[in-house]
Design a protein around this ligand. Structure first.
Ligand SMILES: [Zn+2]
Length: 376
């Protein structure tokens, strides 16, 4: 038995479920904080746990460069290395192929590119990626793929999708099934519905433990993302987890859950926290705005994160950012991750109570009250 997935309730296309893994149970829909280098920036694993994070994501490509797979494997895997005892999902390095494409040479068997650390040539094949993720002892391993940029012609998207599907098969062949561990395939095809259908069919024929929707959140915008998702998600099986990669802002997540997505990841809550941006139920705030300079109130009344619970003032947080104290980033990261975790909890509850539309409309309307920036 690899990972198991069961659906608790459905409301329209939205579903709540449980994913059982070798390293713990995950309630879905779930948001996975991102720990690129094996650390969710600015926050300790125990704080993540305390906030209710059940699974985190890390990046294979970055860990392959530093510290390298041997060091992590010899220490007993990434979870032990970073002192996180819950499940981890690792990406395959494929996305980095796209973001480094100016330096990358893609061929039928893999990709060769220059290290962004020291300029040395790195070769990454589907098999290498699976081996690396195996060395990390990843709970969920992602298939190695090529992610096209946006916009892209149908001809290029087709070629790229076919290559990714060939690699998906090689990944499946290299992956060794273990109890409670899983391998996810990634649907590609850019915004072309027929390509996404073909991609899904090919992946289903190979057979994976879950299916990711890749190639979105790459600059196409909310409307195009939702439209593409809506027309293509139903090609995926109902009884396996669905993961929308790299998404996103709260409104993207709310729309994704509505269409039947179970898993999300994004750097937004952590990256925003480090730059002074705060998510609240009533939209976003920028703590660096001087109007917070004398404000004795916590970030958000009613928030149970330890920053708000300890009544840490906006004035103090303003001061921490003004003086570039690292604690400011940590505090906002804790609050923002809490916001995302609570959002997911609210969405799950709404699905279980069969009032997803009503709840999500209410959330969106509340977000729109944000007075600094738009609610996304
Ligand atoms: Zn808070």
């Amino acid at each position: 038995m690899t990972i198991s997935f069961s659906i608790i309730n459905t409301d329209g296309s939205a579903r709540s479920g449980l994913m059982k893994t070798a390293h713990g149970i995950v309630k879905t829909p779930v948001f996975m904080p991102v720990g690129t280098y094996g650390a969710v920036k600015g926050i300790q694993p125990e704080d993540l746990k305390h906030l209710g994070s059940e699974i985190i994501l890390s990046n294979t490509y970055h860990l392959m460069e530093r510290p390298g797979k041997d060091i992590i494997r010899d220490i007993g895997g990434l979870r032990k290395f970073m002192n996180w005892d819950g499940p981890i999902l690792t990406d395959s390095g494929g996305f980095q192929v796209m973001s480094l494409q100016n330096m990358a040479k893609i061929d039928a068997n893999g990709v060769t590119f220059k290290s962004h650390i020291d300029g040395s040539l790195i070769r990454l094949t589907p098999r290498d990626s699976i081996e690396m993720q195996n060395a990390l002892d990843s709970t969920i391993t992602m298939a190695f793929d090529e992610c096209t940029s946006y916009p892209v012609s149908q001809e290029i998207a087709l070629k790229s999708m076919n290559l990714s599907m060939k690699w998906a098969k090689l990944c499946r062949d290299s992956f060794i099934d273990r109890n409670g561990y899983g391998l996810f395939g990634i649907v590609q095809g850019s915004t072309y519905n027929d390509l996404r259908q073909k991609s899904s069919e090919k992946l289903l024929r190979i057979g994976f433990d879950g299916y990711a929707i890749g190639g979105l959140a790459v600059g196409e915008g909310h409307e195009v993302m939702v439209k593409t998702l809506k027309s293509s998600i139903n090609y995926l099986p109902i009884n396996k987890p669905r993961y929308l990669m790299g998404v996103g802002y709260p409104k993207d997540i709310i729309a994704g859950v509505k269409l039947g997505v179970d898993m999300f990841d994004c750097v937004i809550p952590t990256r925003s926290g480090r730059t002074g941006k705060i998510f609240t139920k009533n939209g976003t705030l920028n703590i660096k705005n001087s109007r917070h300079k004398n404000d004795p109130r916590p970030i958000e009344e009613g928030c149970l994160c330890k920053v708000c619970n300890n009544k840490i003032s906006r004035a103090y947080l303003y001061h921490l950012f003004n003086t570039k104290e690292m604690l400011g980033a940590t505090y906002l990261t804790i609050h923002n991750i809490n916001h995302y975790i609570q959002l997911m909890s609210t969405l799950r509850e709404a699905i279980n109570n069969n009032n997803y539309n009503e709840t999500s409309n209410h959330l969106i309307n509340e977000y729109k009250k944000g007075d600094i920036e738009i609610y996304n």
